[in-house]
Design a protein around this ligand. Structure first.
Ligand SMILES: [Zn+2]
Length: 83
């Protein structure tokens, strides 16, 4: 019987990139009924310190993150450019 993929497990591994002071959140998702991993769609492979990429097999999203106090939120950027 084909699994309808109704239940999921997600994992986030947060890594601190040595010497750069930057952080990455690596996300994986799989179906816990059949174990099939999910691919992240629409991301380019590689590594971006200011963005999101995907591993070459498509199964791990790698997102650049910063402590809240060290980054402007999209809302703050919008109001800053209007002034
Ligand atoms: Zn499944």
């Amino acid at each position: 019987m084909t699994c309808k993929h109704m239940n999921f497990a997600a994992n986030v591994a947060v890594n601190r990139i040595e010497d750069t002071g930057r952080f990455m959140a690596d996300v994986t998702v799989k179906c816990i009924d059949c174990g099939e991993p999910f691919q992240f769609i629409g991301l380019e492979p590689g590594l971006k310190m200011n963005g999101a990429t995907v591993s070459i097999d498509g199964l791990e999203a790698r997102m650049a993150i910063l402590p809240n106090s060290q980054a402007m939120s999209p809302l703050e950027r919008m109001t800053a450019t209007k002034q």
